[in-house]
Ligand binder design. Structure first.
Ligand SMILES: Nc1nc2c(ncn2[C@@H]2O[C@H](COP(=O)(O)OP(=O)(O)OP(=O)(O)O)[C@@H](O)[C@H]2O)c(=O)[nH]1
Ligand SMILES: Nc1ncnc2c1ncn2[C@@H]1O[C@H](COP(=O)(O)OP(=O)(O)OP(=O)(O)O)[C@@H](O)[C@H]1O
Length: 267
């Protein structure tokens, strides 16, 4: 392939990268607009430089007329997430999409690389609509947390600066740094879980509170004034003590009283 052909060759990759970036950014804004939690923090993409394609083809012994299949990351997308769990949610959303086909995946989170590198990779086939018809191109989608990205960006630039000749002790320190970054992710996930649990507890307790108050109102409706007033006093105490379990028990008692009131006469 001579120099003039590269522009044409890269066109569908440029289109694929741009379209995938727009689609994945829209996924984030759509989820946000619906007030749903958006597991995507931000999205980037790039088309591999010709010099980098040639270097990789040489390294992997891919003949130049086979690079379309032999080099999978000419079109590259990167998705950054806040939490490790989000990575797997985003991967699932991509698997379910109808506008691309999953070719294979690499879980470098569970099976992190010797360098310490962690990310989740999906190699997909994306059909680009060109003036000559549909053209499938391969694209690499890397999904990672912000701290995995922090580590990979610095490690990449160090490797670039030292031309992949990092001294052993630096490599060792980078491996330690990757471990520390992952511990940060783990710690952040557990803090988040605690907040989610606390929110669930709060929602559960407000549902019970509303239920008990409605039931007491119903008792008043049946003119069970004395009983309702007693339940109200017990409710006040339990509510002050934030005793959700006690409130649930009280609700059962009021329901029994309501049953009796429904069947029997009024007091
Ligand atoms: N910073 C950093 N990025 C990595 C590392 N390993 C993989 N990556 C990224 O992940 C991409 C795909 O890596 P691999 O799954 O190993 O793919 P590969 O084509 O078999 O091997 P590469 O020659 O490393 O691209 C690379 O092009 C990088 O962008 C690493 O150790 N450090
Ligand atoms: N899938 C991707 N999405 C977004 N950016 C990427 C992706 N892959 C690599 N990059 C970034 O593109 C820039 C150029 O990287 P380049 O494609 O030359 O090398 P690489 O992917 O890191 O390595 P290799 O050539 O060994 O595959 C770097 O800043 C790199 O972080």
């Amino acid at each position: 392939m001579d120099g003039r052909d590269w522009g044409k060759f890269l066109l569908p990759y440029e289109q694929a990268t741009e379209e995938l970036k727009v689609k994945l950014k829209s996924l984030r804004s759509e989820l946000k607009a619906r007030d749903e939690y958006a597991p995507i923090e931000f999205v980037t993409g790039r088309v591999k430089r010709v010099s980098s394609i040639l270097a990789k083809a040489r390294k992997l012994s891919v003949p130049l007329d086979r690079i379309e299949l032999g080099i999978e990351d000419i079109a590259g997308i990167r998705i950054m997430c806040q939490f490790v769990d989000d990575i797997y949610r985003v991967a699932e959303m991509i698997r379910l999409r109808k506008d691309l086909k999953l070719v294979y995946e690499k879980d470098y989170i569970t099976n992190y690389k010797d360098s310490g590198y962690r990310s989740y990779h999906l190699i997909v086939e994306y059909p680009v609509q060109t003036s000559l018809g549909s053209k499938p191109v391969l694209a690499e989608i890397q999904i990672r947390t912000l701290s995995m990205n922090f580590w990979a960006t610095i490690e990449h630039s160090l490797n670039y600066k030292y031309r992949d000749q990092l001294p052993a002790h630096v490599k060792e320190r980078l491996r330690n740094a990757a471990e520390a970054a992952f511990q940060l992710d783990t710690e952040m996930s557990s803090i988040r879980q605690e907040i989610v649990d606390a929110q669930q507890d709060f929602e559960e307790s407000s549902v019970v509170v509303r239920r008990v108050l409605n039931e007491i109102q119903e008792l008043y409706f049946f003119r069970r004034v004395r009983e309702a007033a007693q339940f109200q006093l017990r409710f006040n105490e339990l509510w002050e003590q934030d005793d959700v379990w006690g409130l649930k028990e009280l609700s059962l008692e009021i329901q029994a009283a309501l049953d009796r009131a429904g069947k029997g006469g009024q007091s």
